[in-house]
Design a protein around this ligand. Structure first.
Ligand code: NAP
Length: 436
């Protein structure tokens, strides 16, 4: 019975769902050994460092990941960076297939003047900051002003705006990074603008995220009722309204009609606003927006502008890949054909493959599609290329599944003492100490 060795790079949702798809594809005629490599000593990728801490239910998928990892054909090699400490060229000959599940970690740029001023951040920095990603704990998030601006009309922008706009007591019982939570408690931000360049009918937010807003206990949520009405009319005029748009328009109507609670904190949506410039003397002081209008279904710049005074701008307009030595990238993702990296035994799944779209669960079907192709491509004879452990740097403390379980258990135990799901350790050396 042929037995193939597969390497998965990246212990995020795409990685675990790929491992699960391989496990599910096993039969009396086909078996796999799965080695998963992860650069951090902590696992679960975006489930740990992306999903908003006030959305704990989404994180329960980690149970599925741990079940996958508990299977006898799974080995974990955490705290090893492929492309830097372990070359792709070392991996490929030792495995029948290598699957890149490395996600996208760089925020796309607005490309406007002032974008690099202190106080202008990408969601790709802000989100891992509040989620305790070791690489982002020192991000400087100025929270001393009363106004913050989030640019983008997708679910990441919504997460950023909620974290800034809710009362931090709502985060006390979550796994928000301790330092970030302390900073949010000191935050002076009381108004968060969320700016979309097209209309409410075009927003990439999903309806469940919008429907949550009127339920916020300490935050007024504002959208101009005539703007919602105009969006509805435009959507009707454009023809049949798609399901996603109809659900969003209904959610917008509920938000617009919801009586404001007179709270100190406000989240306000501004549509048809495209950022032109971020201004300031050595730091962010103001954002200038151009005002758009929609004519004949097209978004048109009216030439008019308005400005918002703020010292914090977060752009949440999409992600691209951090290049990895030995892998070819195109358009911000791994260059691939439906998940195959042509001419190699490399495959890719998740955001690294398809770009920054879809929810955590989207990676499950994506993984299963790519694993089908991978199986089709397998040589009749497995490679038998030798064990990887001989080329892993000896200087590293490898985080195997047993060690990761210790880190996980220690964080959960620390959380139990203070009524949280876990207290995240954010220092690499301390994480490794927890594992030993
Ligand atoms: P997204 O959904 O693609 O939204 C990106 C937003 O940025 C869009 O509104 C886009 O506007 C805007 N944008 C792009 N370039 C811009 C520019 N130059 N100036 C101004 N605005 C610009 O991306 P995302 O929010 O990063 O989310 C990525 C994926 O993760 C999505 O599939 C999302 O649903 C998912 N996610 C889900 C959850 C959840 O389920 N709770 C949470 C977070 C993320 P245009 O439409 O005009 O291009």
């Amino acid at each position: 019975m042929p037995h193939y060795k597969i390497a998965i790079i990246g212990a995020g949702p795409a990685g675990y769902f790929t491992a699960q798809a391989l496990q599910n594809a096993q039969s009396d005629h086909l078996t796999f050994s799965i080695d998963m490599f992860e650069r951090l000593p902590t696992m679960w990728g975006l489930v740990r460092s992306g999903v908003a801490p006030d959305h704990p239910k989404i994180k329960s998928v980690a149970k599925v990941f741990e079940k996958v990892a508990s299977e006898p054909n799974f080995r974990l090699f955490g705290n090893v960076e492929v492309g830097r400490e372990l070359d792709i060229e070392e991996l490929c000959p030792r495995y029948d297939a290598v699957v890149m599940c490395t996600g996208l970690s760089i925020g796309k740029k607005l490309g406007i003047p002032g974008e690099d001023l202190p106080g202008s951040l990408s969601a790709a920095e802000f989100v891992p900051w509040y989620n305790g990603h070791p690489d982002y704990i020192n991000v400087n998030v100025p929270l001393s002003g009363d106004t913050a601006v989030v640019i983008g009309a997708g679910n990441v922008a919504m997460d950023c705006a909620r974290i800034l706009g809710i009362n931090p007591i709502e985060l006390d019982a979550t796994d928000t990074a301790e330092d970030a939570l302390a900073a949010l408690h000191q935050s002076m931000v009381r108004r968060v603008y969320i700016a979309g360049r097209r209309g409410p009918e075009h927003a990439a937010f999903t309806a469940p995220e919008l429907r949550e807003l009127p339920k916020l206990e300490h935050t007024n949520v504002v959208i101009d009722a005539p703007a919602v009405q105009a969006a509805h009319e435009r959507a009707l005029a454009a023809g049949q309204i798609e399901k996603h748009t109809a659900a969003n328009l209904e959610a917008w109507r509920l938000i617009a009609e919801h009586p404001h609670g007179g709270h100190q904190r406000t989240m306000e949506f501004r549509f048809l606003s495209h950022p032109i410039e971020i201004k300031g003397d050595g730091k962010v002081e103001e954002v200038i927006f151009g005002i758009n209008e929609i004519k004949g279904g097209k978004v048109i710049d009216t030439g008019e502008t308005y400005s918002i005074k703020t010292n914090l701008v977060i752009s949440a307009i999409g992600y691209q890949a951090l290049p990895i030595q030995g892998i070819s990238f195109r358009d911000g993702k791994v260059e691939n054909d439906n998940g195959r990296v042509l001419g190699t035994n490399i495959y890719t799944v998740g955001w690294a493959k398809r770009g920054p779209s879809g929810v955590i669960g989207t990676n499950k079907s994506d993984a299963s599609d790519v694993v089908k192709l991978l199986i089709e491509d397998l040589d009749p004879e497995p490679k038998n290329g030798g064990d990887i452990t001989v080329v892993i740097p000896q200087s590293k403390t490898l985080i195997d599944q047993g060690r990761w379980s210790k880190i996980n258990a220690a964080e959960i135990a620390a959380g139990e003492l203070v009524g949280k799901p876990r207290v995240k350790e954010v220092d690499i050396a301390k994480l490794i100490a927890l594992a030993e």
